[in-house]
Design a protein around this ligand. Structure first.
Ligand code: GTP
Length: 287
């Protein structure tokens, strides 16, 4: 039996799920953030069950890390699935106004129901959730901007949760809800590790970097052509055609890092994560 590529520290999943479910109980609207380089691998199969009938706003973050063509493909695909995706670059504050508007629109419905029950209107309550490192905190900071005002603390079950006002119409939980990664799907787990969207899990850098090289060979660009491995050649000066990811990593280690495969792996992963290899999506919409 092969060792699983990614391992969680014991107890992590149950703890993260419990905290997330407590946060979800308190809100009307859920802003679910995914990494646009891997919108499917950063989807948790149970999120829709956990959010129930609450409004979910789907945010695909890191739009600066894919091309506009790929963004269009994803947009059409999600719309065909009946979902409206909101693309953001939380690092630079792009696309966030539309996210606020979508959350506010949900508030109209919430207050209509309250009025029907003879209750006074109140600001809609929202929480930002998503896998580790997808940009939840950056999004929260962007949503708050300079208008951040602390409002009343309401007790959560395990700790005091603070609410901050985005506008007169929306309050946001100041702590994002972390979705524990599903790791039973090996391919998704590898992509999460490549993008560093994996939180406290441990993984083998060399295995993950070798998979990245292989993946770059398999991926198709928007016109159906394979993504050229020349992306790697232009970065490292080493021909990547007709070699396995593992062999490429070893060659890179020998040529550049005195045979240190761990350093070569870290370099490759860092370059991908920083966008030094260009805007490479690791997933495209399924046909
Ligand atoms: N290029 C780019 N970087 C981003 C974007 N959003 C966030 N980042 C960066 O990604 C890293 C992680 O962002 P965070 O906002 O801390 O992510 P998080 O989901 O809150 O992470 P956890 O606290 O680990 O769950 C930070 O270095 C951010 O600056 C984006 O849209 N584009």
């Amino acid at each position: 039996m092969t060792t699983p590529p990614i391992q969680w520290y014991p107890g992590h999943i149950a703890k993260a799920e419990k905290a997330l479910k407590e946060q979800l109980k308190l809100v009307d609207v859920v802003l679910e953030v995914r990494d646009v380089r891997i919108p499917l691998a950063t989807q948790h199969p149970q999120v829709s069950q956990w959010t129930g009938s609450k409004t979910r706003v789907l945010v695909l973050n890191r739009m600066d890390m894919i091309s506009p063509q790929v963004q269009k493909l994803w947009e059409s695909w999600f719309v065909a699935q009946g979902e409206v995706p909101y693309f953001t670059d939380a690092q630079h504050g792009k696309g966030t106004v539309a996210v606020v508007k979508a959350a506010q629109a949900a508030g109209v419905e919430v207050n209509k129901k309250r009025r029907d029950r003879g209750m006074l209107p109140r600001p809609v309550r929202a929480v930002v959730i998503g896998f580790p490192n997808v940009g939840k905190s950056a999004l929260i900071n962007r949503l708050l901007g300079r208008r951040a005002v602390e409002s009343a603390a309401r007790p959560g079950v395990t700790r005091q949760l603070r609410w901050v006002k985005i506008s007169d119409r929306i309050e946001l939980l100041d702590a994002p809800g972390v979705i524990p990664a599903k790791l039973d799907d090996r391919e998704a787990a590898i992509k999460l590790a490549i993008c560093d969207d994996i939180g406290e899990a441990s993984y083998d850098n060399q295995l993950v970097a070798a998979e990245l090289v292989d993946l770059i060979g398999y991926l198709q660009d928007t016109s159906g052509n394979l993504l050229p491995r020349s992306i790697l050649e232009s970065r490292y000066g080493l021909d990547a055609t007709n070699v396995t990811g593992e062999d490429y990593l070893l060659t890179l280690a020998n040529e550049r890092y005195q045979g240190d495969a761990e350093r070569a792996a870290r370099q490759l992963l860092n370059d991908f994560r920083k966008g030094n290899l260009g805007g490479i999506p690791l997933e495209l919409p399924p046909n």
